[in-house]
Design a protein around this ligand. Sequence first.
Ligand code: HEC
Ligand code: HEC
Length: 198
Amino acid sequence: MYISKSAIFTLVLSGLVAFGTLAHADPEKLPVCVGCHGADGSGVGMDNVPIIAGTPAPHLEEALYAYQDGARHCTGDPAMCAMAATLSESEIMELAEYFSSMSRISSGEAFDETLAKAGELVHEEHCAVCHLQPDDEESEEALGIPLHGQRSAYLKAALEAYLSGDRDTLVPAMATKLSQLDAGQIEALINYYASYRP
Ligand code: HEC
Ligand code: HEC
């Protein structure tokens, strides 16, 4: 059988590509996550699913452990908690690295300028010490998860969950801050976070 030089070259090349794929294998559970969070970590059109692309890995890990140990209850979608329950420590690490390495996307939602300005002031006064912008170099070491550009429906659901006790705030200082907000300030904050464009 005659094998052309170019065929051999192609074979060698595809071998190298296969090796490259193996060396940087995607996390095993990735296909499941992608079903709801999207291949780019920004979701597949479901309002209640948070953007996880570009969120620093330690925050993604902390969230996944919170679903596992019951600090977060997934009342909106029990499938997330069921999924988290199956993850090993090394899978959590791999998946967090994977999604954190993607570029951050803003939900790009419409927002009210006036409310966004008011929200910025509330944020600076009560939230900014812990919740830095996703593109801030210190964001990884900050106590809180970046909120700027996160999907509004998810932010609202998360805030309601903390206020109703469905989620543990993990740091008592945030519980105090949240309990002091009125509905108008929450609406302003949501508009401010929606105004972020990376
Ligand atoms: C059935 C849809 C679904 C699947 C599958 C799914 N998620 Fe989620 N994910 C959600 C929803 C909904 C939430 C919000 C849940 C809540 O807090 O009530 C969420 C929240 C999260 C959060 C928290 C983000 C934040 O800002 O706090 C992380 C991290 C996460 N998911 C990672 C993953 C990973 C990794 C996988 C795959 C192993 C996965 N998810 C699979 C729907 C899903
Ligand atoms: C002392 C630090 C601190 C302060 C101040 C703080 N937070 Fe947080 N925040 C945290 C931590 C820690 C978490 C992660 C908790 C968890 O895993 O559920 C968090 C999580 C959140 C989440 C969930 C984000 C997500 O992706 O799931 C929202 C929403 C939030 N905070 C809103 C606020 C708002 C609004 C304020 C200001 C009124 C505020 N926080 C003030 C520390 C803080």
